[in-house]
Design a protein around this ligand. Structure first.
Ligand SMILES: Nc1ncnc2c1ncn2[C@@H]1O[C@H](COP(=O)(O)OP(=O)(O)OP(=O)(O)O)[C@@H](O)[C@H]1O
Ligand SMILES: [Mg+2]
Length: 224
């Protein structure tokens, strides 16, 4: 089955937070799920606990899965292609897609939740962005965004490029930003512009209950 590609309007808006909540909710429904982070930058092996792959492994209930979840790890907290170059490596779209397709095949009946790096148009390689990778995979996208003033334009811009690439968008999740306007009010203001794409809100907290999102994803994937 195709992977679900978790992307965002930009970096640091809540992809890992939402992906972990989705994984926990799927597991609570006994829905088979696995996770993958094709490339991670800003990864310090000596301080891996708060890293994306560590958080994803924790949500999966398999802390030892960290290295399996993220096979390409780079230290510099920079765009992946820049961080890789600093370690004498170069990333190619083919490699990232092949890794992910292979992991999807290994996942068999599991839903593979794939977390991208940065936002939809963030470069992954010298020539390809997350959007190129999503399109190459043919995977539906889950778009995560903040709720800060200005997020609506960022969300609609991201949706426009995803639509232009004919990428289906399973849902949008607005994860509450610190110091942002009222979350529900912002969501309601945006909803009429979404053309029916489901919108979920994740209020600030330690663990968002993503049950409704999990149901939407399972329905969409014909797995309910
Ligand atoms: N709704 C929320 N409630 C509480 N904390 C949140 C929420 N959304 C995001 N955060 C926190 O904000 C920070 C950034 O979120 P997160 O790491 O999920 O972003 P990201 O998009 O995955 O970032 P990156 O681009 O580095 O992968 C984290 O500390 C995360 O726990
Ligand atoms: Mg992340």
């Amino acid at each position: 089955m195709p992977a679900l590609f978790v992307t965002a309007t930009g970096t640091d808006v809540g992809k890992t937070y939402v992906a972990c909540a989705l994984v926990r909710a799927l597991k609570a429904r006994s829905a088979p799920v696995d996770v993958f982070k094709p490339v991670v930058s800003g990864f310090d092996p000596a301080d891996a606990a708060g890293s994306d792959p560590a958080r994803l492994a924790q949500a999966l209930g398999d802390p030892a899965a960290l290295l399996r979840i993220a096979p390409r790890r780079y230290r510099a907290p920079l765009a992946p292609h820049i961080a890789a170059r600093l370690e004498g490596q170069s990333l190619t779209l083919d490699d990232l897609v092949i890794d992910t397709v292979a992991r999807t095949a290994q996942a068999r009946e599991d839903l593979l939740v794939v977390e991208g790096a940065g936002g939809v148009m963030s470069p992954l390689t010298d020539t390809a962005t997350n959007l190129d990778m999503i399109a190459a995979l043919g995977a539906p996208a889950l778009l995560v965004a903040g709720s800060y003033l200005g997020t609506m334009s960022h969300i609609l811009t991201a949706l426009a490029v995803l639509n232009a690439a004919e990428t289906p968008v399973a849902a949008v999740v607005m994860s509450e930003s610190l110091g942002a306007p009222d979350l529900a009010q912002t969501a309601e203001g945006l909803r009429p512009f979404l053309g029916g794409v489901p919108l979920f809100t994740a209020p600030r907290g330690d663990h968002w209950d993503a049950s409704a999102l999990a149901d939407e994803i399972l329905n969409r994937m014909g797995r309910a």
